[in-house]
Write a protein that binds this ligand. Structure first.
Ligand SMILES: Cc1cc2nc3c(=O)[nH]c(=O)nc-3n(C[C@H](O)[C@H](O)[C@H](O)COP(=O)(O)OP(=O)(O)OC[C@H]3O[C@@H](n4cnc5c(N)ncnc54)[C@H](O)[C@@H]3O)c2cc1C
Ligand code: SF4
Length: 809
């Protein structure tokens, strides 16, 4: 006789509950007669992807995880749009608001969370919403059609994703945050400041350290009132200030709750036959708000229900990734430094990269990445596995992803257990991906995404998926062409040739004609296109300031604390008492906190307020040192034959000539030069982009050096006899680099990629060199000193005025 199937009821048709059912059906397909109740009038969908829907990256139909056909084929009775209002745990029955009664042997509560709405006067007005479900998304989309101004309260993950979506919908968006810096629950201050700057560049405005007191307007919202008495206009207010576990049903049914529904390691509540998981559950004092832990809970519960032996759920370490196009932010584990830990940091303000690792007892316990998050999945796996990283700290901090399939990475993936989760957002394990490759025939990340959903949400696991492809598919891997960023599949050369062919003249035009997926582009493609257009059409193209990084927009390096630096040009590192006196007087007058010699032989006035910048430059009346941009920085020189007894040539005057020749030159990456007066090379010319070393009767010209994170010694380009030849070869080399390299590609990387022999070949004919020299001279002839211009034009000076206070009521 066949045993009667047990009755299983799931309350909550969301991500955690249905994932549990999917698992259970695999483990024991015939074990239960399943009934599901869900308040929302849709089948199970991927809530995470609501952010993508809002930002135009996906449509509603793409986010459905299981369509109605799936429920039907699995024999699941689904009550969509039904809210379960009570549970009778004695008779083991549940009741829905639409009059349905269902009996159960086992009951799962997976009721998720409710968004927390600030209990301030006016919070019930029309146009005040949360960001939790499809309905909220639809309201935002409709509102953007007829209104202009949106405020998002809360600068956490959800708030920023909502704000980005609203910007995409064409609204003016202000994010209001109670703290001094944004995403303070995932990021330290340095990463947070970099993130804010990038989002500001995308058009988001921020009001920090602001507490909301009330919502203004009659029936519909008109604005927001703050506790300091100021106000801000708004036609829509999105509250993204947190979530609270939805425990109403459990509470009134006698299930024990604290903040969430209290469960043990097997997801059991205090009432026999009732389980809980997902955001509504509280395990060992923690109610999680991200899917990865909820899926881990689901795997345990499914095994428990299927009668499969299972170790209990032990809690999770979590990681987060902001899903905002063009901004890469990753945070995992402990990002603050608990007692007994130490932190390693790497920060590159120019490239917009920040990395922080928190280490305790030789183990990685936390990581924050900004700008380059490609190592996120790897670091997260190290944190979860509690690996000993002693001796590998620097390697981990400076990046291991350049070679995704390095021997360490390959080994790690090989020994990784089959059930380890690779894609946290969609709960896809290593085993599932391996099966998709080996049995399913997937040979690209795109196919794996379509087949398993791995890397379909935040994309943070893509490097690991690529690693698994290499591991299991080897030579069969399909290399998918990568564009310069996520907005296009075109690479640098294709873009440049299309711009030339079609005579495209503006960033917007390039994006439209070449069919960018993101209408307004991202932080990677906007500055690249701005550079390529300026390089191709030096005389016609008008530089788009808004496509440049903050440092370049303000012609000053922004410092860690939000102040700026002033670095006047000191040609060849040679100054005079009069110049030094002037610098000292300006530094004193504006109370500059620090005056420092830089590695490039200049004086750096640090800690300057933005509003003082024009006045200081006016008084200094010296050329800008361009210490901030992708341009010629310094020409370092030794004393050469002028004073040194070893010197064979006049290094100082050679350096000054070169610096005067190329100052203000716009280049793909920053460019540093140096001139040494003899092969002792005191000016370290062989780690510069273009290095000149004097020898008896001439000069050696070196290219492609770098003294940064990845030190690279130069390659010898050629040996020349005269100063004129040095200038001719330097001009030709720099213009060739300008025309051929990718934006943000330093000469060291470019020379290695292209090969020094090819560069030598391209420059060997004097005719070609002179043509390149002529082109660089045209560009140089069009440049002006940015600070002279700002000082003389009141409109430009306005950009540096202190930000006005918003109006008070
Ligand atoms: C916009 C957005 C972006 C996000 N991005 C990320 C991300 O990038 N990464 C990440 O890890 N997490 C992210 N999250 C969080 C993630 O979506 C949640 O952690 C996850 O959906 C929680 O799953 P759950 O099943 O516990 O709850 P839910 O998915 O909320 O499902 C609960 C369901 O139960 C229903 N319900 C409640 N009470 C009843 C009742 N009495 N009767 C019937 N039905 C009921 C609810 O209507 C709901 O449909 C995001 C969330 C949002 C809103
Ligand atoms: S490089 Fe040669 S010339 Fe220049 S300072 Fe050193 S020893 Fe003197």
């Amino acid at each position: 006789m066949i045993a009667a199937r047990k009755k299983l009821v799931l309350v909550g048709n969301g991500m955690a509950g249905v994932r549990t059912i999917e698992h259970l059906l695999k483990l024991n397909p015939e074990g239960y007669e399943i009934t599901i109740f869900g308040s929302e009038p849709y089948p199970n969908y991927n809530r995470i992807m609501l952010s993508s829907v809002l930002a135009g990256g996906a449509n509603m139909s793409e986010i459905i995880i299981n369509d109605l056909e799936w429920y039907h084929s699995q024999g699941i009775k689904l009550y969509m749009g039904h809210t379960v209002t009570s549970i009778d745990s004695e008779s083991r029955k549940v009741y829905s608001d639409k009059g349905i009664t269902a009996e159960y042997d086992e009951l799962i509560l997976a009721t998720g969370s409710n968004p927390f709405m600030l209990p301030i006067p006016g919070a019930d007005k029309e146009g005040v919403i949360a960001f939790r479900d499809i309905k909220d998304c639809q309201i935002m989309q409709e509102t953007a059609g007829s209104y202009k101004k949106a405020i998002v309260i809360g600068a956490g993950l959800l708030g920023l994703e909502a704000a980005r979506g609203l910007l995409h919908l064409g609204m003016e968006v202000t994010v209001v945050h109670i703290h001094d810096y944004i995403m303070e629950r995932q990021l330290d201050e340095a990463a947070s400041v970099m993130l804010r700057r990038e989002l500001e560049a995308q058009g988001m405005r921020f009001l920090l350290h602001k507490q909301s007191e009330g919502i203004l307007g009659k029936k519909r919202v008109r604005g927001l009132l703050f506790t300091d008495g100021s106000t801000a206009d708004a036609d829509l207010i999105v509250m993204a200030v947190g979530i609270k576990p939805n425990v109403e049903l459990a509470k009134k049914s006698g299930v024990q709750i604290n903040r969430g529904i209290i469960v043990n390691d097997y997801m059991e509540t205090n009432i026999p036959g009732i389980f809980a998981l997902g955001e509504c559950a509280e395990h060992r004092g923690i109610a999680y708000g991200l899917v990865a832990p909820l899926y881990e809970q689901g795997a345990v519960l499914a095994k428990r229900l299927a009668g499969v032996k299972v170790e209990g759920y032990m809690g999770s370490v979590t990681s987060t990734k902001l899903k905002v196009s063009g901004v890469d932010v990753f945070s995992a584990g402990q990002f603050t430094e608990p007692d007994g830990s130490r932190a390693l940091r790497y920060q590159d303000e120019i490239e917009g990269v920040y990395k922080k690792l928190v280490i305790q007892d030789d183990m990685l316990i936390g990581a924050v990445l900004f700008g380059d998050t490609s190592d996120g999945a790897h670091l997260f796996s190290i944190i979860k596995n509690k690996e000993n990283i002693s001796g590998r700290e620097k390697e981990l901090l400076l990046g291991i992803s350049a070679d995704v399939f390095s021997s360490t990475q390959g080994n790690r993936l090989e020994v990784m257990p089959e059930d380890e989760i690779i894609c946290g957002c969609n709960g896809v394990s290593k085993g599932t991906i391996a099966e998709a490759i080996e049995s399913g025939g997937c040979t690209s990340v795109g196919q794996i995404k379509a087949c398993t959903k791995a890397s379909a949400s935040c994309g943070g696991c893509k490097p690991l998926v690529e690693g698994l492809l290499q591991l299991y598919a080897g030579d069969a891997v399909t290399v998918v062409k990568e564009g310069i960023c996520g907005c296009t599949t075109l690479n640098r050369d294709e873009i440049v040739s299309e711009i030339k062919r079609m005579k495209l003249m503006t960033v917007k035009e390039v994006m439209n004609v070449l069919e960018w997926s993101q209408e307004e582009g991202c932080a990677k493609c906007r500055p690249s296109l701005n550079y390529y257009l300026g390089m191709l059409w030096p005389e016609e193209y008008i530089d788009e300031k808004e496509s440049r990084y903050t440092n370049e927009r303000y012609h000053a390096n922004i410092q860690k604390d939000g102040t700026y630096s002033v670095v006047p040009r000191i040609y060849g590192g040679v100054t005079s008492p009069a110049e030094l006196k002037k610098i000292a007087e300006v530094a004193e007058k504006f109370a500059v906190p620090m005056v420092k010699f830089t590695g490039g032989q200049r004086l750096d006035l640090l800690g300057v307020k933005k509003e003082d910048l024009p006045k200081m430059w006016e008084e200094l009346d010296m050329p800008s040192g361009h210490a901030y941009g992708k341009t010629l920085r310094t020409v370092k020189t030794c004393v050469g034959s002028t004073f040194c007894r070893f010197g064979t040539q006049d290094a100082i005057s050679m350096g000054i000539t070169l610096e005067k020749q190329f100052e203000r030159l716009n280049t793909p990456g920053k460019v540093k030069l140096a001139v040494s007066g003899c092969p002792r090379n005191c000016a370290e010319a062989t780690i510069k982009d273009f290095g000149v070393v004097a020898i008896d009767g001439g000069w050696e010209l070196h290219i492609g050096g770098n003294g940064g994170v990845h030190v690279r010694a130069t390659d010898l380009l050629c040996v020349v006899k005269t100063e004129e030849e040095v200038v001719e070869w330097a001009s030709a080399f720099l213009q060739y680099y300008r025309e051929q390299a990718g934006w943000n590609e330093r000469t060291a990387h470019w020379v290695e990629r292209v090969g020094v022999d090819n560069i030598k070949k391209a420059l060997e004919s004097q005719e070609e060199r002179l043509a390149l020299k002529e082109r660089i001279e045209t560009v140089l002839g069009l440049t002006t000193d940015p600070w002279k211009q700002i000082v003389n034009e009141p409109e430009l000076r306005k950009n540096f005025e202190a930000i006005a206070q918003i109006e008070s009521v």
